[in-house]
Write a protein that binds this ligand. Sequence first.
Ligand code: PGA
Length: 246
Amino acid sequence: MRRKLVAGNWKMNGDRASLAELDLVERAAATHAGVDVAIAVPFTLIERAADRAPDLSIGAQDVHENDRGAHTGCVSAAQVAEAGARFVIVGHSERRGDQGETSHDAWAKAAAAHRAGLSVILCCGETEAERDAGRAERVVQAQVEKSLPDDADGSWLTLAYEPRWAIGTGRTPTLDEIAAIHSIARAKMRHMIGEKADGVRILYGGSVTGDNAAAIMAVPDVDGALVGGASLTAAKFVPIIEAAGA
Ligand code: PGA
């Protein structure tokens, strides 16, 4: 039985004052003990967020694939772990789109995070053109194949399916479309890592709100949500935690 996970991603939003939002989120997480709650904040807020909300899982939004060295402007997995992060998001579509990251990069970053003792949310998802061309399933299969580490299991790795065209747009796939991709991703993981795949959570991400969260999380093989815009305030994020715990 996989526990539901609701993970927020603040992206390049938030400042010290925003950390006050975590108080209500932490309280909601305590009320819904059957749900895991996590929030990836900007690097600069990790330490303060982890101090302020010790019962929440605070994470980073990216790490470098190397453990240390001459990589100006980058941050290592050990560094975010020391700051208090417990997990990191890798392979997010905004990293793929803005920074040209590949599934191989996501694989290397997941491995680096695991070496540093972090959990990983590994993202995949097709573009609108790929979906329109009927290639969504094949694209996600290929991304999973290239980015899932051989030693992945549910104790440290979570997969997130985030169709790029649904991120920040208010548009979502149908529940059947979500079910189809999650089932295919699970099958691909089974092919790669065997029965361990059954312990790996698969989150859906892309315009999740308090209004659609319950229906999406009731879809087979949807084990929670990765939430961008609606994670920025407790008023919008807490209803999603409540939907996961209902
Ligand atoms: P959104 O972002 O909830 O704002 O669509 C999701 C994500 O990028 O993780």
